[in-house]
Design a binder for this molecule. Sequence first.
Ligand code: NDP
Length: 295
Amino acid sequence: MRIAFLGLGAIGTPMAVHVAKQHQLTVWNRTGTRAAAFAAAHACAVAATPREAAAGAEVVITCLPTSSDVESLLDGPDGLLAGLGQGALFLDCTSGDPDTTRRIGERLAPLGIEFADAPVSGGTNGAEAGTLTVMVGGTEETFRRARPILDCFGRRVEHMGPLGAGHAMKAVNNALLAVNVLAVGEGLAALVKSGISARKAVEVLNASSGRSFVSEYLVPQRVLTRLWPLTFRLALLDKDARIATGVLEGQGVSGPVLHLTSDLLAQARAALGEDADYLEPIRLIEQEAGVELHE
Ligand code: NDP
């Protein structure tokens, strides 16, 4: 199948690698050198513009920071809409927002272009392994058409509901991840200050009911080791938490915990910058408490 992939960032790149193994792929990236390097490494074509990427593609996949970024690629002489043909399938793997996605969908439907939100979870490791969870919003028919493509990088591919439902699911998931990052950091800082070693505290936590993905995997592998790899930008988690509070507000759920989490992430983003990793708020907690969570 002829597929175009736009957005070769930290997660888009390993996802596109899986697509390239099974399909005739064309890639586009805002910074063209990244697309050229990818195309050379994975024997696929590189497009100079979104229009060129979409022209002749049966399926177009985007994976950009925000839904606004996706929307900004649609228009103009070099935009996606100038290249997308009637009957094309457009899958947006961005962790985006439901409202913008529904607006994009309203523009695409009269043009005969099928659209679905298909954000992913599982991190860059999951993308490399092809084991992502994919949360799809769109019609049943679009889901059925999208599924074999999403199977290239997904292990669990689920239809969540109408357009935007995938983004809502993903945003709430990531808001819960953010709650855990902050809460585990705070709890461990207090335990270490009270004289318990960080390693022992994490081990006992992970044999008890307060454990989470953060305590079981992220803290042992990235914080206690002091490796702090950059795999997912804090700026993106902050964006996700804000989308989640919007989802709550839209449903009349007051959500004080998720609102506070979103506020704390925004403060951490302001302090740490646009390129900080999403676990680095734990560094701020360490600094404030005057402890280090090391082996
Ligand atoms: P990165 O910041 O690593 O990469 C962003 C990509 O989008 C780059 O290719 C960048 O191009 C491109 N881009 C940024 N702004 C624009 C724009 N205005 N127009 C066109 N292209 C643009 O992000 P990730 O790959 O980490 O994340 C992508 C999406 O996936 C986000 O929504 C994120 O929340 C989500 N996600 C990320 C995960 C992760 O572990 N990293 C896990 C699950 C979901 P350029 O090369 O020019 O900068």
